[in-house]
Design a protein around this ligand. Structure first.
Ligand SMILES: Cc1cc2nc3c(=O)[nH]c(=O)nc-3n(C[C@H](O)[C@H](O)[C@H](O)COP(=O)(O)OP(=O)(O)OC[C@H]3O[C@@H](n4cnc5c(N)ncnc54)[C@H](O)[C@@H]3O)c2cc1C
Length: 241
């Protein structure tokens, strides 16, 4: 790999990882007026888990703060294209939760109560009402369903590129093909990073390395309690209807 001669040797903040989290962190730092920031990505932007995500955006969680944060994400994905010129693929098609037995139906009804207490619309539906929304479904064993009209789907790679574009507009540098290999701390407290493009020092270090965060954390003696698990997905042909 050829060396980048204008590779920066210092920054206030270095972010390790150019997935959706690293680029979102950079974008939001830029919004806060903090632009002495460099993002380092060992491959290309979105080449980690972000590339594989289906892009489903479901907002309801058991915790009010996380639900509120996901509501903010929906709002951001909706307006980001206007700001950066890059589309996010956001479609607010709503999300259906299905209950095929009484125990699950009790759980779904409790979720609806939780959603309402968080200010999130979640409508309980009969099987035939659910069928109207998704006509290819077999409802022979469906007890009930819930619909969250403001849930939806976006393209994770496009969101990341759009956030990166917003970050660049704020003056933030994003460097691809730069792998961080070691990290140490100098007597002055600055972080010293050795990378495949040379050394860079910074005051603050943000680890956004996704499933590699455990390894990066180990470089600074931090135990990141994270382990990868398999995640299945289906790719279908077009389905009639
Ligand atoms: C099949 C699948 C489906 C999914 N579907 C959904 C979904 O529908 N909805 C949803 O919300 N989530 C979904 N997810 C989860 C989602 O993809 C992740 O939560 C998200 O992409 C994590 O983003 P990230 O930025 O933390 O990690 P990543 O995208 O993995 O980014 C981390 C980056 O760090 C870089 N990096 C690592 N080590 C170093 C180093 N030493 N130096 C420099 N760079 C480094 C990597 O190259 C990588 O690009 C899905 C995941 C999978 C696998």
């Amino acid at each position: 790999m050829s060396r980048d001669t204008d590779f920066p040797d210092q920054a206030k903040i270095v972010i390790i990882g150019g997935g959706i989290i690293g680029c979102s962190t950079a974008y939001h730092l830029g919004k806060m007026g903090c632009n002495d920031v460099v993002v380092l990505e060992k491959g290309k932007l979105t080449s980690g888990s972000t590339f594989h995500a289906a892009g489903l955006v479901g907002q309801l969680r058991a915790n009010a703060n996380i639900t509120q944060l996901l509501g903010y994400s929906v709002d951001l994905y909706r307006r980001l294209e206007q700001e950066t010129g890059l589309a996010t693929g956001w479609k607010m098609n709503g999300g259906l939760r299905l209950a095929c037995n009484q125990a699950r139906w009790t759980e779904v009804r409790r979720q609806a109560t939780t959603a309402h207490s968080f200010g999130l619309q979640m409508d309980l539906l009969t099987p035939s009402e659910a069928l109207e929304l998704w006509p290819i479904m077999d409802i022979s064993d469906l007890v009930g369903a819930a619909f969250l009209p403001t849930d939806g789907q976006a393209n994770p790679s496009d969101i990341t590129q759009s956030l990166a574009s917003g970050a660049r507009k704020a003056g933030i540098q994003i460097r691809e093909d730069v792998e961080v290999s070691t990290i140490s701390q100098s007597g002055s407290g600055l972080w010293q990073l050795q990378t495949t493009q040379g050394r860079i020092s910074c005051e603050k270090l943000v680890i956004c390395a996704g499933q590699w965060s455990r390894e990066v954390g180990e470089m600074v003696g931090v135990n990141v309690p994270l382990v990868s698990v398999q995640h299945q997905y289906l790719v279908t042909e077009q389905i009639a209807g």
